[in-house]
Write a protein that binds this ligand. Structure first.
Ligand SMILES: [Zn+2]
Ligand SMILES: [Zn+2]
Length: 354
């Protein structure tokens, strides 16, 4: 529903359309426009929403409404200087640890409420009452009221931004006022149903229709979240760096182990080759020296071939009187011969002789 003007002025004070009795309907309301002071007519029809109308050409509706609401709040605080300010709860939803967060990032990751709504909501400001010593209406460059400045002696100041319902007129979104702690006061929808005494009482004494727009405690809370967030971010970066360093170290250790194993294997190969070479040398020396050893040992020939440590059978050539392994013998191994035989060399000669 679109709201029509519920604010008038009588004897220098704001009156609500609900204050007007049927006796005061029409021009008898004795009210004027809070902005242009033109005569008002109270329209109390049963069908249409009760409202005030200019008796003639209307002035600027929005400016008239803003003038009325600030004047109303001003009067309310003059009559009862105890202003109840709302509580403020913050919920921080968290932010990716992969990035460094800015204060803007933190703000975007927060929700604020005037009441505790969930488990994770933290109380930033407790609701309370401030006794006001002085109230001033601040006007913008165009002469339109845009804030109410409350002063509590000696120097504490609080700004109020009044927000009429959108169905009445479109007011600017509440913003921090001149770096003062700022509270937005949202006016109820049913303004044409409320008497001035009631609405003044609500505006002063109720915390429900109010919300903090700015306060140093909120900034401090946000800075605290920013600090924690970026400490966690730095820790995460350090963890990533540590993981990377550990991976690199693991790779290096693996490569080192592979290389060491390869070197050990190569060393073993060399040793094996050396052993094989030594064994070959020992065998060669044995084959070279064994005939002499046999000759010195057996002055009388044994009745069977002599087997050496390598499994070779040795025979004695009866022609050249030397010991030979079986591989160098031409004739050997007869029934009665025992270790006697003919070596390959002598065997060839004897063939020639034959
Ligand atoms: Zn007017
Ligand atoms: Zn021989």
């Amino acid at each position: 529903m679109h709201l029509k003007n519920p604010f008038g002025m009588r004897n220098g004070k704001i009156v609500m359309i609900r204050d007007i009795t049927t006796a005061g309907r029409g021009a008898k309301c004795n009210c004027s426009c809070p902005l242009c002071q033109a005569h008002f007519i109270a329209k109390l029809g049963d069908i249409r929403q009760p409202h005030f109308a200019h008796d003639g050409k209307p002035c600027d509706f929005q400016v008239a409404v803003m003038t009325a609401v600030y004047q109303l709040m001003f009067e309310a605080l003059q009559e009862n200087p105890n202003f109840v300010y709302p509580a403020h709860y913050g919920e921080y939803m968290g932010f990716s640890l992969e990035h460094k967060a800015s204060l803007q990032d933190i703000k975007r990751s927060c929700s604020f409420y005037a009441q505790k709504c969930g488990e994770d909501d933290e109380c930033i400001i407790q609701s309370g009452t401030v006794q006001v010593n002085e109230v001033q209406i601040h006007k913008n460059g165009k002469g339109v009221p845009d804030a109410l400045i409350l002063t509590k002696a000696p120097a504490h100041k609080l700004a109020l931004i009044l927000v009429p319902p959108e169905s009445l007129c479109k007011a600017p979104t509440p913003a921090p006022f001149q770096q003062l702690p700022t509270v937005a006061v949202f006016m109820p929808e049913d303004l044409y149903m409320i008497r001035s005494e009631e609405i003044k009482s609500v505006l002063c004494a109720s915390a429900d229709c109010k919300q903090w727009v700015s306060n140093a405690k909120i900034d401090k809370w946000l800075q605290g979240k920013l600090k924690l967030q970026n400490e966690a971010h730095s820790k995460r970066l350090q963890e990533i760096e540590n993981e990377r360093a550990k991976r690199l170290a693991d790779i290096a250790a693996t490569q080192e182990r592979i290389q060491r194993e390869a070197e050990e294997k190569a060393q073993q190969q060399i040793l094996l080759k050396e052993k094989a070479r030594e064994a070959a040398t020992r065998y060669r020396e044995h084959m070279r020296d064994f005939p002499t050893i046999l000759k010195n040992k057996y002055h009388q020939l044994p009745d069977k071939p002599v087997t050496d440590a390598f499994g070779n059978d040795w025979y004695y050539c009866m022609l050249c009187n030397q010991w030979y392994p079986a591989t160098q013998m031409a004739i050997y191994g007869g029934q009665e011969e025992g270790c006697r035989g003919t070596c390959s060399v002598c065997g060839r000669h004897s063939v020639w002789h034959l």
